[in-house]
Design a protein. Structure first.
Length: 353
């Protein structure tokens, strides 16, 4: 055992134990402008308190019900760490939470993040939080607080972890799904890629392929790592606009469990989702994953979003009107199928592979 280096007059300092309070303070100052950019009606005060305050009445609610969601980004984080490309992983973090909230019929109001690492790199952490702020800005959600934890001995060098927490609200009685019935049209909104689910499988497929993160991407321009880090699409403003237009009975965020497991969460007893797999084209990233891993179509459909990131169940006479609202906000909309009588689950027609 070597001699322990200590601070003045023989005392051990917190910094010598591996925690740099000054670096944490520097990070807070660095990210304040990014957080301020996300401000919205209802926000009270800024960063730095023991908690974040939010005024629901100032946000325009009279009889609100609160809805909360929490999530991470899974092992997509491993690619961000290994490549050093951390600027958009915060968008993924926000999207995984707020895209879930909106499926309940709620407007996301505020967001908090938890960032933990072995040794704080202020520049890296600021880039991550600035990505979180960008995701909040895009979804009309305020970044009102968070926690940066420097935990030496808990994380390998360079590793970090992220979690997010979002709170939204809706007026009482406006919760979704509501009114889903046989004959409803299923609309799909295109995804921006793999989003943030299935990355343990993705990493295994990349390993099987013999490629590295810096290798030329076999299904798109640029590097493979950059292509796989394409951020999760945010559907909040678009979905809320569709709901406010009238006729939306339910929304399903296509996350873990893919297309097979998520749409049935909309269904009351005695109904099923009928989806025509020939109604859209499987994006190249999923075709590459499926071919490289020799996946069956069934396995592909219950692992990934397969190019559809959000689904809406819409009254039959409102299908085209809602699709036009969504297209007007930049969405690629696919008519996937319909709600039909059945014993739950998804009934597939046609082929995707």
């Amino acid at each position: 055992m070597g001699e322990q280096k200590t601070g003045g007059e023989g005392g051990l300092t917190y910094a010598q134990a591996g925690v740099d309070i000054d670096a944490g303070n520097a990070l807070v100052e660095r990210i304040k402008p990014a957080a301020k950019r996300t401000s919205r009606p209802g926000v009270m005060g800024g960063l730095g308190g023991f908690g974040g305050l939010f005024d629901l009445k100032a946000a325009g609610y009279s009889d609100p019900v609160l809805v909360a969601a929490t999530d991470g980004v899974g092992t997509k984080l491993r690619i961000a760490i290994d490549t050093g490309v951390v600027d958009t992983i915060g968008i993924d973090l926000v999207a995984m939470c707020v895209n879930d909230l909106v499926c309940q019929g709620a407007e996301p109001l505020f967001f908090l993040d938890y960032f933990a690492t072995g040794k704080l790199d202020v520049d890296q952490a600021a880039r991550i939080v600035e990505g979180i702020a960008e995701g909040c800005h895009q979804s009309g959600c305020a970044l009102i607080g968070g926690e940066t934890a420097e935990m030496p001995g808990m994380y390998h060098k360079g590793d970090f972890d992220l979690a997010g927490f979002a709170v939204g609200a809706m007026e009482r009685g406006q919760d979704l799904p509501r009114g889903v019935a046989a004959g409803d049209v299923l609309l799909g909104l295109k995804s921006s890629g793999v989003h943030s689910n299935g990355y343990s499988f993705v990493r295994k497929v990349v390993e099987l392929s013999g490629l590295g993160w810096n290798s030329p991407c076999p299904f798109a321009e640029g590097s493979l790592g950059a292509a796989l880090l394409a951020p999760t699409r945010l559907y909040v403003r678009q979905a809320l606009a569709a709901v406010r237009a009238g006729g939306v009975h339910g929304l399903a965020h296509i996350t873990g469990g893919g297309i097979t497991e998520n749409p049935p969460r909309l269904l009351p007893d005695g109904l099923a989702c009928e989806i025509d797999l020939s109604s859209w084209t499987l994006p190249p990233v999923f075709r590459w994953l499926a071919e490289t891993a020799k996946m069956t179509e069934a396995e592909l459909l219950k692992t990934f979003n397969c190019g559809i990131g959000m689904m809406l169940a819409v009254a039959p006479d409102r299908g085209e009107a809602i699709a036009e609202v969504l297209r007007g906000m930049g969405e690629e909309v696919v008519t996937l199928g319909r709600i039909t009588a059945g014993q739950g689950g998804v009934i597939y027609k046609g082929r995707l592979l």
